[in-house]
Design a binder for this molecule. Structure first.
Ligand code: ASP
Length: 334
């Protein structure tokens, strides 16, 4: 039977997958672009996939700016408008989960937007970049992976942007979606799909301006409240706290949150790494019942970093406090 050639666009932003040792300098840094990466994949020629290639940047992922991501997003959208079946964005793994979630919030198409990277550079034994990129291309080309929004493919696993996290500094198995697991798995060039996409995904319009800044801080044992006291005057428009357990802070921190809540939305997430914040378990000062009564929102199952990005997107869209509350609830429970 005749099978149509799929079209996949690959845009590269940098990261370990693109890094080589550079003119005798110590360590590796980003030098390779989309053409180089495409040439490094054994077996690609056997697939019925046509690639469009674009080097968008050569950055370490910690230096990616929102502007970089929105430019990449506009490029990716154009690829779909021009007929691509899916788009792959390649970047460093350090901020991959944040880029993927931000992209997810703005990706309106059924076609997959797949992010990938590598834990080992091309010069290391057992470099994982070519296999990850091949798996990402196959995922992007697959009709079975439509309607999930942004996905992260690492080590033959396909993860949803909402859940995936980098959980190890150097392991090639660094990425996982705790509790929920990957949404699909690639084996023998076939996707084995474990879970269908959620219906009614909310998508933001790309903002004209994204100047509003938010702060994420993690609460720690017997910390000073000096930073919390300074927050109202630091120019932030929103605060996310990675709180203890299911969303708590100490009494003394709780006591300095009132002026912050008066000035900006404050969302309580959990610093634990998995599970949801609670709503009605703890009644002590600084517990979630008390914090909600003060006007603090609970992040549900959304991790602190992604909660911060959601809050950014909401502020950039001009959402009111009530709209922020509703949307945080929707994403936190989703
Ligand atoms: N260690 C990083 C990576 O895995 C470097 C970066 O994030 O750019 O790509």
């Amino acid at each position: 039977m005749f099978k149509r050639t799929s079209v996949v666009a690959i845009g590269t932003l940098g990261g370990t997958i693109t890094m080589t040792s550079n003119q005798g300098a110590a360590g590796v840094s980003s030098t390779l672009g989309a053409e180089d990466l495409a040439q490094s994949i054994p077996g690609l020629a056997n697939l019925n996939i046509k690639l469009t290639l674009k080097t968008l940047a050569n950055l370490a992922s910690g230096s990616i700016r929102f502007e970089t991501l929105f430019n990449a997003l506009r490029w990716a959208k154009q690829q779909v408008e021009d007929g691509a079946d899916g788009v792959v964005l390649v970047q460093g793994t350090d901020t991959l989960e944040e880029s993927a979630f931000l992209m997810h919030l703005y990706w309106p198409y059924p076609q997959p937007l797949v992010l990938t990277g590598a834990m080992r550079s091309p010069s290391e034994a057992g470099a994982d970049g070519p296999a990850n990129l091949l798996a990402a291309i196959e995922t992007a080309a697959s009709p079975a992976m439509q309607n999930y929004g942004a996905l992260v493919v690492m080590g033959d696993e396909v993860h949803q942007a909402r859940y995936v996290k980098k959980l190890h500094t150097t392991s090639v198995g660094a990425f996982a979606s705790l509790i929920i697991g990957p949404v699909a798995y690639l084996q023998e060039n076939q996707l084995i799909v474990y879970r269908l996409p959620s219906p009614n995904r909310f998508v933001f319009d790309i903002p004209d301006q994204f100047t509003a800044q938010t702060l994420l801080i993690e609460t720690t044992l017997d910390e000073s409240v000096a930073l919390y006291q300074a927050i109202p005057d630091l120019g932030y428009q929103g605060l996310v706290i990675a709180g203890y357990g299911s969303g708590h802070v100490s009494e003394k921190v709780r006591d300095v949150l009132t002026p912050i809540v008066a000035k900006m939305p404050v969302i309580m997430a959990s610093r634990t790494g998995a599970g949801s914040t609670t709503k009605a378990v703890y009644g002590y000062k600084g517990g979630e019942i008390d914090l909600q009564a003060m006007g603090i929102m609970m992040a549900g199952g959304l991790c602190p970093r992604k909660t911060r990005l959601l809050l950014n997107a909401l502020l950039w869209s001009g959402a009111t406090r009530l709209e922020i509350q509703q949307r945080v609830k929707q994403f936190g429970e989703g």
